[in-house]
Design a protein around this ligand. Structure first.
Ligand SMILES: [Zn+2]
Length: 342
């Protein structure tokens, strides 16, 4: 647990939903392509599951990885012939209790956890039954290590903090809480290496940049700060992909969405402008959530588009590698120095 994990609350969980879906469209597209390519055994061999540690440290101990999914899968695996009440008690004892701060922040209290486990996790149709074997084989550790190394090397900022790998309520695929704690929820995404690879540069850039920038930024917590943060993180993915992702894909847009946004860029800016200084969650959602549209007929999550355009303008002015400046500068200064006309 990180020092500020008590700050996790329902509001942060909801903020996480808004912020964590940056590459959902890319992921879904890639996952759909990969899933048809091969059949995956439904159950990992017991020894393979056993070999996954409950917790470990990676990247010179700067990342603390908590494999909650392994404990969930182990409990379900041993559930043959046991009553539902017994299974729920064991889930509460082994999955909920040791990580209660995380669960309270993401899902709710123990009663909520039990209710969710009973109605969702234990259902035959839950993705844990079909995805855990592929997840065990994925070698997620190597993706963490490689993603963190790329961000450290290219930005000069080392991401550090705690990641929870879970089968949860699926409210996000990947994202972060206000205190920097991160989560990957495989209820919401396929364990496909090709898709995950592009998500880590985005999330690690959030992790590496957020705390440093926020400490010095009078705009910390505003809609503008959110726009810049998503812009830098999405731009990091674009740079990482080195031509393998279009700009649209780097922000989780389809090509038609990107084209629409470009054609209506001045209208989007005018519509976003009144919200820039706001710290109201509804305003943040209006620009960041993947289910809200700032303009009728336009794409959702406009913060990703505007942020990307600001960082792109910044790099055009100050040089190809200059986008990393935006991890350190206050949000208003990034916007001013970018020359992007807001
Ligand atoms: Zn993001």
């Amino acid at each position: 647990m990180t020092a500020n994990s008590d700050d996790l609350d329902r509001r942060d969980a909801l903020k996480l939903i808004a912020g964590g879906l940056g590459l959902a469209a890319v992921l879904v597209a890639c996952a759909a392509r990969g899933a048809a390519a091969r059949a995956i055994p439904q159950d990992p061999p017991a020894r393979d599951l056993q070999a996954v540690p409950n917790e470990l440290y990676l990247a010179d101990s700067s990342l603390h990885i908590i494999n909650v999914y392994k404990i969930e899968a182990a409990v379900l695996r041993d559930s043959q012939g046991r009553s539902q009440a017994e299974i729920l008690d064991r889930l509460a004892r082994e999955v909920y209790a040791p990580y209660s701060t995380f669960w309270r922040g993401y899902l709710g209290d123990e009663a909520t956890f039990r209710k969710w486990a009973e109605s969702s996790l234990l259902a035959r149709s839950h993705p844990i039954h079909t995805r855990v074997a592929a997840l065990v084989r994925l070698n997620l550790d190597s993706l963490f290590t490689a993603g963190a190394a790329w961000v450290s090397h290219n930005t000069g900022h080392r991401p550090h903090g705690t990641w929870y790998i879970v089968f949860g309520p699926g409210w996000t695929d990947m994202g972060g809480f206000a205190d920097g704690t991160m989560l990957a929820d495989f209820t919401k995404m396929e364990p496909e290496r090709d898709a995950l690879e592009f998500k880590f540069p985005h999330e690690f850039t959030h992790m590496a940049g957020a705390s440093a920038a926020a400490r010095r930024d009078a705009d910390s917590g505003t809609v503008l700060a959110g726009i810049i943060s998503e812009g830098v993180a999405s731009y990091a993915t674009y740079v990482y992909a080195a031509g393998r992702l279009a700009r649209a894909q780097s922000i989780g847009y389809t090509e038609p969405e990107w084209t629409w946004a470009l054609a209506h860029e001045r209208d989007l800016i005018a519509a976003a402008k009144p919200y820039l200084g706001s710290r109201v969650k509804a305003d943040d959602d209006r620009l960041r959530a993947r289910n809200q549209r700032l303009l009728v007929g336009g794409p959702t999550a406009v913060a990703y588009f505007l942020g990307f355009r600001i960082i792109e303008a910044y790099a055009a002015h100050h040089g190809a590698a200059s986008w990393i400046d935006a991890m350190d500068l206050p949000a208003r200064e990034v916007l001013a120095r970018s020359g992007y006309q807001f």
